[in-house]
Every structure is written in C-alpha cells, then in structure tokens.
Design a protein around this ligand. Structure first.
Ligand SMILES: NC(=O)c1ccc[n+]([C@@H]2O[C@H](COP(=O)([O-])OP(=O)(O)OC[C@H]3O[C@@H](n4cnc5c(N)ncnc54)[C@H](OP(=O)(O)O)[C@@H]3O)[C@@H](O)[C@H]2O)c1
Length: 273
C-alpha cells in the first residue's frame, strides 16, 4: 500500500501551522507543511521538530500554477495520490488598509477563491478513495451573503449553481468593483468576505461535480475556525490550536463516515443558512 499523505496550504504560521501540528499527532501518514516562502516554511518545520513532530515541507504558492503543478508532480511521483487536502491559505487586508479597494478585490479573490480553486483542480485527480478535503473559509462569508441584494443571494444559495456560474459571479464582483457600481449591484463592500463566500459556495459545487465519481467516500467540507489570534487579527480570543480543531475534525473524519458532506461547519457543527 502506498503511504498516506496530507497537504496543508499556508501552513508556516497561524491556523495552518496548528493544523499541521495536530495532523502530525493524529494522521497516520506523511504531513506536508506547505508555504509560499521556502525560508518561512522550513523554519516552521524546524519549530515543530522541536516539539518532536515531523512534518515534511513542500513549497506551494496557491496563486502560482507553476508552483501548484510542481507539488502535483511531486505527490504523483512519491505517493501516487493524496489522502487529505486542507485549503487553509488566504490573505486579508487590514480594515484600515490604504490599498485601493479595486486592488483588494482583485488580489483577495485571486488568492482566496481562484488560488483555492486552482489547487483543487490540480490535486483532485490525485485524491484516493476515502480522501478528505477541507476548505478553511469564514463566517465572514455567510455574513457577507446576508448583506447582499436578493438576486445575488438567490444565485449563491441556488442548489443548482454550477462551477461556471460561480466563477462568473466571482469575476463579476471584481469587474463591478472596478466599474464603481458593486454596491448598487447588490454586492457587499468586502473583498475578503466575498472571496470566502465563494469558497463556501465552491464546496457544494465540488460535491455535486463528484457525484458520479468512481472513487468512494471522498468527503469535501468547508469550515470557519472561529475568531483566532493570528497575524490576521492578533486580538481574537481563540488560540491557533483551538482554531485548528474543526478543520482537523473534518480532515480526520473516519472511513465511510458518510457525512458531513458539502457542508459549512463551525465548532464541529453544520452551520445552516
Ligand atoms: N484568524 C481568524 O480569526 C480567522 C477567522 C476566520 C477564518 N480564518 C481563515 O483561516 C485561515 C488561516 O488564517 P490565519 O488566521 O491563520 O492567517 P495568517 O496567520 O495570516 O496565515 C495565513 C497563511 O496563508 C499563507 N498564504 C497567504 N497567501 C498565500 C499564497 N498565495 N500561497 C500560499 N500561502 C499563502 C500565509 O503565508 P505568508 O506567511 O507567506 O503570508 C500564511 O501562512 C485563512 O483561510 C483565514 O481566512 C481565520
């Protein structure tokens, strides 16, 4: 049997780092701490080595198709597949950022939504039966939906939303921001929230696309880690280890668990809405 393997994106610090720490203890296989910056990633691996944990490292910038392709090739060659994928990497601009909102919209969606999508497109063919995929999104995504115009809400909530339609919606947000009319068109004034809403919607789209897949028992879910003290917001109440609990629970769902599937969870419970 090939050795089992788990990959965590954006894992050199914060919640991703804590997810790797927990998987090193719980997951029976190799755990890859990935980071866009090799130095920061290797340092993080060394920090976990001091705790007597032994993650492996691979470079991964989720906004670079070349970088994603190299990881794919590496996994194919060395493991012949993939068992756990945790899409944790994301960026968030500070609320007081002076970066123009047009740029924030483009860059946030390019990383948080399209980067996550590109990682999935490359790595999903490698998923073995019983694989677990976890997207780390945010309640910021559902809060964003609650403030949107009716027409957009019904599109995002549609149980028949397709991949093409979702991609078009994400691109539409960026172009409406550039045209200066995004709020008039029903969008909420948050690039981060919109990108995270896109990831929540993507989860259901991906599960529908997997429906006819011959590989059994692949579970794809999305979650919010809660309000966690990281560089994104150091004043938050939870520790990164606490923030890692729900993503790790989803990554470690037992064989043939059946559910949750295609859901958005917080505190290990499905969030309805
Ligand atoms: N903290 C919270 O309260 C909270 C709440 C809800 C959801 N979340 C979500 O939890 C996840 C982790 O966030 P965090 O709080 O741990 O934030 P963080 O400490 O800022 O960590 C984000 C990680 O993502 C990496 N990253 C950013 N862009 C990347 C790219 N293009 N390719 C690969 N890695 C990239 C960062 O790498 P660098 O070090 O190189 O920048 C870093 O390792 C995110 O998805 C976030 O949206 C966090």
């Amino acid at each position: 049997m090939p050795k089992a393997v788990a990959v965590v994106t954006g894992a050199n610090k914060g919640i991703g780092f804590a997810i790797v720490r927990a998987l090193c203890k719980d997951f029976d296989g190799d755990v890859y701490l990935t980071a866009r910056d090799e130095g920061r990633g290797q340092q993080a691996v060394q920090d976990l080595e001091k705790e007597n944990l032994h993650p492996k490292f691979h470079q991964l910038d989720i906004t670079s198709k070349e970088s994603i392709g190299k990881l794919k090739e590496f996994l194919e060659k060395n493991y012949g597949g993939l068992d756990v994928l945790v899409n944790n990497a994301a960026i968030a601009y500070n609320v007081d950022s002076t970066v123009p909102f047009t740029e924030q919209a483009e860059v946030s969606l390019a990383c948080n939504f399209f980067g996550t999508l590109d990682v999935c497109d490359a790595l999903f063919p490698l998923l073995r039966p019983h694989s677990r995929v976890v997207h780390v999104s945010s309640r910021g995504g559902t809060m964003t939906l609650e403030k949107m115009g009716k027409e957009l809400v019904s599109k995002f909530r549609s149980s028949t939303l397709t991949r093409t339609e979702l991609i078009a919606l994400m691109n539409q947000f960026v172009s409406d921001v550039k045209a200066g009319n995004h709020e008039a068109k029903g969008w909420c004034n948050t690039a981060y929230g919109t990108s995270k809403l896109g990831v929540i919607a993507l989860t259901a789209v991906q599960v529908r696309a997997m429906a006819g897949d011959s590989r059994e028992d692949i579970l794809i879910n999305c979650c919010c880690p809660g309000l966690v003290a990281t560089d994104m917001n150091p004043k938050n109440p939870k520790t990164p280890d606490q923030g890692a609990e729900t993503p790790v629970y989803l990554a470690m769902l037992p064989v043939n668990a059946g559910k949750p599937q295609g859901e958005f969870l917080g505190e290990k419970k499905v969030i309805h809405g």
